[in-house]
Design a protein around this ligand. Sequence first.
Ligand code: 5GP
Ligand code: MN
Length: 332
Amino acid sequence: MSIYQDIINAIDNATNIVITSHKSPDGDSIGSSLGLYQFIQKMNKNVSICHPDKAPSFFNWLDNFNAIHLYESAPNKVSELITNADLLFCLDYNHLSRVGDEMQVVLEQFNGKKIVIDHHITPSIDAIITLSDTSVCSTCQLIYDIIDYSDKKQLLDVQIATPLYLGIVTDSGSFRFPSVQPRTHEIASEMLKLGVEHYKVHENTFDTNSISKMKLNGYAISEKLEIVHQNKIAIVSLSLEELERFNYQKGDTEGLVNTALSISGIQVAVLVTEQQEQIRLSFRSKGEYAVNIIANEQFNGGGHKYAAGGSSNISLKDTLDKLKSLLPNYFL
Ligand code: 5GP
Ligand code: MN
């Protein structure tokens, strides 16, 4: 029997199912959670979604977006759902620390069955089934495979396919990253045949910028962009004061690191933002350089070759100094 059918059978045999994903949700974590949720509902099983924190508002057009329980606003409800579950999905992450310190404690106490579905390197979660494939662009592609290669394929419909399409689009950079495979386009084709309105997914997700977001991004590029290390690396940094000056809302710096990477000759871009409790780093690369290694070894993070993230607990200035001094070690 295939791993896909094993996952379907585990759902069939479960009573209470909870779907979790990582902190700071993106299109792939939201899309895979909602796609799997709607599929499991169509299997007539009891299922809920528990995420650490809220997704940016540009995802709120998705069906069942408001059905997601958030640990940050309802920790007791989330703890109760997880405690009462007998099957827990970990989607788009493979280290329990990715849900944040508080929710991690709840997951560590959970003693039912776990299934991990993910596309990041070095999975570390103890699970009955781990579907981990670093060669695919998104967790959403893996969720599609599970349904497509199982005996429940007939349940696949436009409601399930739409969030899965979203996750494929956002994690593949709109079908442009090297991780896109012929299979990715085959799936997209099937999704359009099911009735997914691809233009609406793009419009709802990408054409929702506020004026303050556009001004923050303009300011960041015109005033805060540094080109270093033989003109190969772009660094953009934003302090808390600067973010607040532009009325920063969650998601407002989304895409900024890619704008920096789009500069001719730039091979690595890093966005460094000061948050309330820590400094966040967001890395992107193209060509030969892998950014997950520096993120993992130096900034308590990780990710993929071309997209990684991490954090630091020293000041913004010290973080920038540390980053710049390490560049020759990681990017020859
Ligand atoms: P972003 O820059 O969009 O926040 O993150 C890019 C990618 O890096 C994510 O899809 C995720 O795979 C990875 N990533 C971001 N932050 C972290 C982190 O703190 N820890 C780990 N292990 N991976 C991260
Ligand atoms: Mn992903």
